[in-house]
Design a protein around this ligand. Structure first.
Ligand SMILES: [Zn+2]
Ligand SMILES: [Zn+2]
Ligand SMILES: [Zn+2]
Length: 180
């Protein structure tokens, strides 16, 4: 673009991408074909705001593709409008200790559990392991890289990533204070 420097060009690109992401479009209230390979579902109402791909996909494909990244936020069309929600809204349950393809035979559900991550506090549904394979609830959370907020009956946890980020901030601010 003649006369436009690289910074302006990138800023324009970014603005266009944000506008496109927020665009609700005239045809968004009709069922659309899922864009995932080999999926024939015509009910693709959600797209992930944290993945690189921005296409609409069906709930089943969304859950499958996020089995190991359950804290992503999605933009979902429902009742005539878009809203930003967690994957819990389309049925995501975080199965501790067991792999999604190897569910616990005696899961213990916790339908309102808070995980504090670097971007926000997430309200999630967790299935603790009840068969004994995973140990205590606190041990199961630690195995999933989550610090439980209490040992006895944890209802919330902080992600390791958040703890590392927070400790980095604290050590930077304390080193700044000591050098003042
Ligand atoms: Zn995602
Ligand atoms: Zn699909
Ligand atoms: Zn189990």
């Amino acid at each position: 673009m003649p006369g436009m420097d690289l910074g302006e060009f990138l800023q324009d690109l970014l603005c266009e991408a944000v506008l496109e992401l927020n665009d609700q479009g005239p045809d968004t209230d009709v069922p659309r074909q899922c864009t995932q390979r080999d999926c024939t579902s015509p009910l693709a109402y959600s797209r992930c705001l944290d993945c690189h791909a921005a296409e609409f996909i069906c709930d089943n494909c969304m859950l499958q593709s996020h089995a190991h990244i359950p804290l992503h936020q999605i933009q979902r069309y429902h009742n005539g409008r878009f809203s930003t929600v967690g994957l819990k809204n389309i049925g995501m349950r975080i199965a501790l200790t067991h792999l999604p393809c190897d569910p616990c035979p005696i899961p213990v559900p916790e339908n309102h559990f808070i995980i504090v991550d670097t971007d926000r506090a997430h309200n999630v549904a967790i299935d603790f392991c009840g068969c004994g394979k995973g140990g205590t609830r606190a041990e199961q959370l630690v195995a999933a890289r989550l610090y439980p907020c209490s040992y006895e009956r944890p209802r919330a946890a902080i992600s390791f990533r958040m703890a590392i980020t927070a400790s980095g901030r604290r050590s930077r601010s304390s080193s700044r204070a000591s050098s003042d």
